[in-house]
Design a protein around this ligand. Structure first.
Ligand code: IMP
Length: 423
């Protein structure tokens, strides 16, 4: 058996949560491999809208194991809130949730450090979700971090206090006011909640599952253009978001990767600061935001909107080895007479179809125009009902990328999905 990987090809918020939820019945195990509660994976079913942050999107199904891998960072406070809200929906987590012993913990002081660092940057701030992600990964690579496995050790409290002291010294450098004790009680309650689940050596678990012939879906968070190495640095998140991170974030070898499902929106959005070549700063951008409910699932911030960027999409496909494309939010594009797709960037020295080292080199996007469609896609249930112009839009993407669009999502609900059977 192999591990299939599903990830975002743009700047996050591609609608991965819904797709994982729909695909879950085909898999025995759903595993998160990077990121943390900066993610907000939205799912809608039975008139319920639910947002997951750290727990894999397979949790609403009965039989599947949901694994939080070693590459993930966990905030116990948010974890507990998440668990409580899942339970309130009558969903049981018992026997379904495993957490890697090697996943790192986000401390309350990591969140303060995140806020202090952003505040010190002024207009150059990253636009972080302020969940403490950057400082936690810094402590991981700096070899200072606290891991889930540490909560099982007798000196856990001591280790916690030592790291908190270290953070206190750093925060003083920022001259930032805070009360570290404010959420400490909640944090330790969250630790107690984590103890209730199976804390495992997830690399052995996952390889054991493979040996037993179990099917596994690795669920990515954020998107390729936010990758710490390949995104628009420094306006990125602090983890690798590309498919290779499924190997390091779960402990699986590269030759164990099977399909790579790349999820992208039919247009583009970005939340937070940083370059976005096809951004629409006009009424069309506002229209897309309102029609697509483009507000951050984690922070509620309005998302910046723009036309589909094929240069960025092809780059993401190359980095991830995408085998199938899943297009989401096609319904939001209904009603446009003309649609634009960015196919290249105009630079000072000519035109380029590559993502540059520095986005400042880009003067403006080069667009191809396509005929739009008017049909309400949210109601259609068969591929044969798709308007001809939507088919053309998809064919253009397939021709440019060389990868088939096998799934088209036409609304937030589980039922609003079309499988095209294209190969
Ligand atoms: P951080 O990961 O919270 O530090 O945020 C760094 C950048 O990534 C900011 O621009 C965030 O808005 C963005 N970001 C982080 N997580 C997500 C996500 O799940 N979806 C979309 N953008 C995200």
């Amino acid at each position: 058996m192999k591990v299939d990987v599903l990830l975002g090809l743009q700047w996050g918020d591609e609608g991965k949560g819904k797709i994982v939820d729909v695909l879950t019945p085909k898999y025995d195990v759903i595993a998160r491999f990077q990121g943390g509660p900066n993610a907000g994976h939205s799912l809608e079913f039975n008139q319920i809208k639910h947002i997951l942050h750290s727990i894999p999107s397979g949790i609403f199904h009965q039989k599947q194991i949901n694994l939080v891998g070693n590459g993930v960072v966990i905030d116990p406070v948010i974890f507990r809130e998440e668990v409580d809200s899942i339970r309130k929906l009558g969903v049981s987590l018992e026997g379904k949730l495993m957490i890697s012993r090697k996943a790192h913990l986000i401390l309350p002081s990591h969140r303060v450090l995140d806020a202090a660092s952003e505040a010190s940057k002024g207009i150059t701030k990253i636009g972080s979700t302020l969940k403490g992600i950057g400082p936690t990964y810094m402590d991981k690579t700096g070899r200072n971090g606290l891991r889930v496995g540490d909560i099982q050790e007798p000196d856990f409290q001591e280790k916690y206090r030592a790291l908190k002291r270290k953070h206190g010294d750093l925060i003083k450098l920022y001259d930032y006011e805070y009360n570290p004790e404010e959420i400490e009680e909640l944090w330790f309650e969250g630790i107690e909640e984590i103890r209730k689940y199976q804390i495992v050596d997830s690399e052995y678990e996952i390889n054991g599952f493979l040996k037993q012939g179990k099917s596994i879906l690795a669920e990515g968070a954020q998107g390729t253009m936010l990758d710490i190495d390949f995104g628009s640095y420094p306006y990125v998140t602090s983890s690798n978001t590309v498919s290779a991170a499924a190997c390091t974030g779960l402990g699986i070898a590269p030759n164990k990767i099977g399909e790579v499902y790349g999820v992208f929106k039919a247009y583009c959005t970005r939340v937070g600061s940083g370059p976005f070549p096809s951004e629409l700063k006009d009424d069309t951008g506002i229209y897309l935001r309102e029609k697509g409910s483009e507000y951050g699932a984690t922070t509620g911030r309005p998302r910046r909107c723009g036309w589909l960027d094929l240069v960025a999409l092809k780059y993401a496909i190359m980095l991830n080895g995408v085998t199938c494309l899943f297009m989401t939010k096609a319904d939001v594009l209904s009603g446009f007479e003309t649609l634009k797709i960015c196919t290249a960037y105009k630079k000072n020295k000519g035109i380029s179809d590559q993502v540059p080292y520095d986005f400042k080199e880009i003067n403006e996007p080069v667009y191809t125009e396509m005929k739009g469609w008017n049909q309400d896609l949210m109601r259609i249930r068969e591929v044969s009902e798709m308007p001809a112009e939507l088919n053309e839009y998809i064919r253009m993407i397939e021709k440019e990328t060389g990868v088939p669009v096998t799934v088209v999502s036409t609304g937030p609900n589980r039922e609003q999905i079309l499988f095209t059977d294209r190969t």
